[in-house]
Design a protein around this ligand. Structure first.
Ligand SMILES: C[S@@+](CC[C@H](N)C(=O)[O-])C[C@H]1O[C@@H](n2cnc3c(N)ncnc32)[C@H](O)[C@@H]1O
Ligand SMILES: O=c1cc(-c2ccc(O)cc2)oc2c(O)c(O)ccc12
Length: 320
């Protein structure tokens, strides 16, 4: 197709170019958001307590004076992306306010997502996205290996500054808050739970707080739980879910199976099944339901219940 082919050809050509540009420059949205979080923009606007004018915002930001004019451009994009909104006062003066999404990025927020955002967009953690075509052509099983010569768990163990566990915890605080509200039924009938691959600042903490009758154990890799301060409401066990899982009425797993191949999911679930009693005794890669069903059945489970109560995610109960 050539531009000179007439009006419609030119329009289509420009639309196609805009489409390519949209996707070529998609990364700018992520990086602008990261920049705003690193500069503390959500907290500064929040602490201001009312709509904040551009000049007040630039006064409060740790920005080199010669670069102040660029703050407006950063904020224009983030308003366009609905991370902030512009509101006018009675005199028509505009100021920035937070939106529900930027409220999730406040440092003080108990359900803050900044650690997850900063971990995802950290240059090394982001590097696998840059080598996907190399991974397709290479022998490594995992794209993380192509980028760093290590699997994810080894990289996380050797580079605690990547803050992977803290990032996972920031998701768990949101998801578990919803889970204990919406799915109390799943926890009422169990006296003990083991959170397999539970991480550090963990789901088990919210479960233990919401359901004081439940004894909570967290199993994770030894280096992950080694430095977790002792608590009275949870027990941390260092181990390997492929080897052995502590006995409990129910196993809780969140953001585990999608990291593993079908064969490894079967192994993990078979170990989970060994650790929980039968239903009569009171036991409580992104796939579609048919694929999950096969894995559950291959691991020896007979029944499952899926509750799509967590937005794009579901609570799944498995019965031996
Ligand atoms: C994606 S994180 C999920 C953490 C937590 N469940 C959550 O949802 O926030 C996966 C967790 O599995 C742990 N893990 C990886 N391999 C493991 C293994 N072989 N045995 C036990 N835990 C493992 C990691 O250390 C990490 O904490
Ligand atoms: O939110 C994440 C992010 C990752 C992640 C990010 C960057 C990398 O280079 C590797 C991995 O991994 C996750 C994961 O394994 C999971 O089970 C849940 C969430 C995330």
């Amino acid at each position: 197709m050539e531009v000179t082919n007439g009006g419609e050809g030119a329009h289509e050509l420009l639309q196609a170019q805009a489409h390519v540009f949209t996707h070529t420059f998609n990364f700018v949205s992520s990086m602008a958001l990261k920049c705003a979080v690193e500069l503390g923009v959500p907290d500064i606007i929040h602490n201001h307590g009312r709509r904040m004018t551009l000049s007040k915002l630039t006064d409060a930001l740790p920005v080199t004076p010669s670069k102040i004019a660029h703050v407006k451009r950063l904020m224009r994009l983030l308003v366009h992306l609905s991370f902030f909104a512009l509101q006018k006062n009675e005199d028509g003066e505009e100021g920035y306010v937070l939106t529900p999404s930027s409220r999730l990025l406040l440092n003080e927020s108990r359900t803050g997502l900044s650690p997850l955002l900063l971990m995802q967009l950290d240059p090394v953690m982001f590097s696998p996205w840059n080598v996907i075509s190399k991974w397709f052509q290479g022998k490594e099983a995992l794209v993380m290996e192509t980028a760093t010569d290590m699997g994810l768990w080894e990289y996380v163990a050797k580079n605690p500054e990547a803050m992977f566990n803290g990032a996972m915890a920031s998701d768990s605080r949101i998801i578990l808050e919803v889970l204990v509200k919406e799915c109390g039924w799943a926890f009422q009938r169990v006296g003990s739970i083991v959170d397999v691959g539970g991480g550090t600042v963990d789901s088990a903490m919210t479960i233990a707080k919401a359901f004081s009758h439940i004894e909570c154990t967290v199993l994770d890799l030894p280096h992950v739980v080694r430095d977790v301060p002792k608590t009275t409401d949870r027990d941390f066990v260092g181990g390997d879910m492929f080897q052995s899982i502590p006995i409990a009425d129910a196993v809780f797993i969140k953001w585990i199976l999608h990291d593993w191949s079908d064969e490894n999911c079967v192994k993990i679930l078979a170990k989970c099944k060994e650790s929980i009693p039968s239903k009569e005794e009171g036991g409580g890669k992104e796939r579609d339901e048919q694929e999950w069903r096969k894995i559950f059945m291959d691991a020896g489970f007979n029944q499952y219940k899926m509750a799509p109560v967590l937005g794009s995610r579901s609570v799944i109960e498995l019965y031996p």
